[in-house]
Write a protein that binds this ligand. Structure first.
Ligand SMILES: C[S@@+](CC[C@H](N)C(=O)[O-])C[C@H]1O[C@@H](n2cnc3c(N)ncnc32)[C@H](O)[C@@H]1O
Length: 367
């Protein structure tokens, strides 16, 4: 069959054409609405709307946040059309409100389901499109610092709500290291980002010492700022290129949260982790729940398209940000791959932890 223009035209089914276009523009609708969510968060519109006890007009909402009503009205219409906020159109002017679930996800930083992080860094993530054509040509990606300081804050807002509820209550107890941490352990967190895990652990276990390592200057700045606010004296944040990680197998616990798949040299990093962890120590590996094949990811993960896209713009880009990068990407470290790589690095004991998380898998890996 020849694939000339005429053949394509003859093959087009008008109904399927409409469905295809609808599906495609639904993706654009999602992207633009994600931008509106970013604005709603940045302008305090969700918090203001959540604070009202009854549905409000856009004039009342605009007054509460001291913004121009016409702009707030158009934004509210987007949000209601996208079914993010509720609207009562039986009154005039219409009145807007948020469901308890929307309040939890969009206006409650302390809620376990708070989900604004990825929207916080949406402009930086989408901004990466400018440099992508060159990456597609050269093969070289961009590290986390390319997303600026808001990138680090976005990561912090993405991962910390769940961690605040579960790191100390669920994850650490599942490793059977609490007694040791209480007595005094040496702990390092690699790819520490804005330092949330280190700060939570250091506050909970004052007899232990914690060092967070990251190669992102922005993340380290943010982590250090939060460390000085915390007043903790048993934690530090450093760049491993300036102060290398321990190589004397002296760490009782090594943790990596959502970062191995972002690294240019994950196998070499695992060898370094083996050099850092004590013979009776533990490596807690937390990473995205990828499956063994693209087909399985698409079948079992309703967010596969989002994740492959984020991978191009962020995770795989970071993992290819130096020559020879492995480029695992967002879904590139499924359990079987993690186990095999850990064995190559010299670990012999690989245990998947029974921890329920929508995106992440948890492993206790021991020498
Ligand atoms: C998705 S963020 C996760 C941050 C943090 N663990 C959290 O859960 O919030 C990935 C982090 O890995 C860091 N990273 C990437 N390659 C690294 C390397 N070779 N050594 C240390 N950190 C690295 C990035 O700079 C980034 O801060």
């Amino acid at each position: 069959m020849t694939h000339d223009t005429h053949t394509y035209r003859a093959d087009v089914d008008p109904d399927r054409l409409k469905m295809f276009s609808f599906g495609l523009f639904s993706h654009l609708s999602g992207a633009v609405t994600a931008g509106m969510v970013h604005l709603g968060d940045k302008l305090g519109l969700y918090e203001a709307l959540a604070a009202f006890e009854a549905p409000v007009t856009t004039a009342e909402l605009a007054a509460a946040v001291e913004l121009n009503e016409r702009w707030v009205r158009e934004w509210s219409h987007n949000q209601a059309a996208a079914r993010i906020v509720e609207v009562d159109t039986s009154v005039s002017p219409e009145r807007f409100s948020m469901s308890p679930e929307a309040v939890a996800v969009l206006a409650s930083p302390d809620h376990v389901a708070y989900g604004v992080g990825m929207f916080h860094r949406f402009p930086q993530t989408i901004g990466a499109l400018d440099v992508m054509p060159e990456s597609f040509r050269s093969g070289l990606g961009h590290d986390y610092d390319s997303h600026g300081c808001e990138g680090a804050v976005g990561i912090e807002k993405s991962f910390e709500p769940w961690m605040r509820h579960h790191l100390l209550a669920t994850v650490i107890p599942s490793l059977a290291v609490v007694d040791q941490l209480e007595a005094g352990s040496k702990v390092i967190d690699i790819g520490c980002g804005a330092g949330g895990a280190v700060l939570m652990l250091a506050a909970a276990f004052p007899n232990s010492t914690f060092v967070g390592y990251d190669i992102s200057e922005r993340a380290l700045e943010r982590a250090s700022e939060r460390l000085s606010e915390s007043g903790l004296s048993n934690a530090r944040f450093v760049d491993p290129r300036i102060e290398p990680m321990p190589t004397d197998r002296s760490c009782d616990l090594v943790t990596t949260f959502d970062c191995i798949h972002d690294m240019t040299h994950p196998q070499e990093m695992m060898v370094s982790i083996r050099d850092a962890v004590a013979d009776d120590g533990t490596w807690l590996l937390v990473d995205i729940k990828g499956r063994n094949s693209f087909a399985e990811n698409v079948e079992k993960n309703p967010m596969a398209a989002l994740m492959y896209g984020i991978s191009v713009l962020s995770c795989m880009s970071s993992a290819l940000s130096a020559p020879g990068g492995a480029g695992l990407g967002t879904l590139g470290l499924p359990e079987a791959t993690a186990k095999e790589m850990s064995e190559i690095a010299g670990f012999t004991n690989f245990e998947k932890l029974d921890i329920d998380h929508s995106v992440n898998a948890f492993y206790a890996i021991r020498p």
